[in-house]
Ligand binder design. Structure first.
Ligand code: ADP
Ligand code: F6P
Length: 323
């Protein structure tokens, strides 16, 4: 068993609801095992700058239901450069950290794996990102919260769409993947879902929307992932092809903020705890993950190499069920 007495923890990349709950779980699981915890502020930038603060049980009190991250976060392109990483490694050594826990998405996992490879430091990653694009886990902390926020917003938009008999194109986040769009589309009864992973035929979608309106449908919602194209361009093409009224709504950052759902908090607690258990049990580079309901230590080496695929069956179901 590795003798881990002192861990550093950071939150990195885009904030996600439940990051604080994950931090709380990491800190208290570590303290329970007599492991000291140092918080690193602003993700990998805090390692470069040595922006560290000791964390105790009280430091993470009252945060389980708060969105954002009390450790704060940044995108830190500098960390991809060896020169800056060497600076960070000197700070890790100075502070006497025996391991690192990174709470974040895909990029943050890549950063943690680089630290492991180069410094031979044990690392654990708690997947936390609204995008749900981390390979090796069925779900990331924050995804459920973002989906619920978007579904609630689209239910409201549906009221206006129905009253005015309009088509709405609603753009959701997700960077270059369609996990949010696919799940939100299914949950709000969208008539069409556009994701970057699957090519779409706008003329066909338009014909389907027109047919729907002929059959008496009063509204249509097209949920579009930000990575699937330009939502305004899609809206103007739909208007051109159909002659129907089309409005655009970009949900944007409301999906990143707000309180985490119970599901996101549960996942944060389980995966934060699992990350610490994994380090103690000798997993030197693991993603704390959930797969088909089981909690597993998934090899980080695979996470950083592979791309998670969206569920095509669920994607098609959104179309089938909205006919
Ligand atoms: P997320 O973790 O939400 O996917 P990013 O893609 O912005 O967010 O990644 C977060 C941070 O992780 C980056 O700003 C950078 O500091 C670090 N990072 C990403 N990729 C690498 C890499 N290949 N090597 C080292 N650090 C990386
Ligand atoms: O990774 C989360 C996310 O919200 C993506 O869905 C989006 O593309 C990106 O972050 C936006 O990042 P930023 O706020 O840094 O521009």
């Amino acid at each position: 068993m590795p003798d881990i007495k002192h861990v550093g923890v950071l939150t990195s990349g885009g904030d996600a609801p439940g990051m604080n709950a994950a931090l709380r779980a990491v800190v208290r699981s570590a303290l329970d095992r007599k492991i000291r915890v140092t918080g690193i502020l602003r993700g990998y930038w805090g390692l470069i700058e040595k922006d560290f603060q000791p964390l105790n049980s009280l430091s993470v009190g009252g945060i389980i239901g708060r969105g954002g991250t009390i450790l704060r976060t940044v995108r830190c392109p500098e960390f991809k450069r060896a020169r800056y990483r060497q600076q960070a490694y000197a700070h890790i050594r100075d502070a006497g950290l025996d391991a690192l826990v990174a709470i974040g998405g895909n990029g943050s996992a890549a950063g943690a794996y680089t630290v492991h490879r180069e410094l031979k430091l044990p690392v654990a990653v708690v997947p936390a990102s609204i995008d749900n694009d981390v390979y090796g886990t069925d779900e990331t902390v924050g995804f459920d919260s973002a989906v619920n926020t978007a579904v609630e917003a689209i239910d409201r938009i549906r009221d206006t769409a129905t009253s005015h008999e309009r088509i709405f194109v609603v753009e959701v986040m997700g960077r270059d993947n369609g996990f949010i769009a696919q799940e939100v589309g299914l949950c709000c009864g969208a008539e069409a879902v556009l994701v970057p992973e699957i090519p779409y035929d706008l003329k066909k979608i338009c014909r389907d929307l027109q047919n729907g309106h002929k059959r008496g449908k009063r509204s249509s919602i097209l949920v579009m992932a930000e990575g699937a194209g330009d939502s305004r361009e899609v809206a103007s093409r739909l208007t051109r092809h159909s002659g129907l009224r089309v409005r655009v709504s970009v949900l944007g950052y409301i999906q990143r903020g707000g309180f985490p759902t119970a599901r996101s908090r549960w996942l944060a607690a389980r995966l934060g705890n699992l990350a610490v258990i994994g380090l103690r049990e000798g997993h030197t580079a693991a993603l704390a993950a959930i797969q088909k309901g089981d909690l597993v230590h998934f090899p980080l080496a695979e996470t950083v190499k592979k791309t998670k695929r969206i569920d095509r069956v669920a994607y098609k179901l959104a179309y089938q069920l909205s006919r």
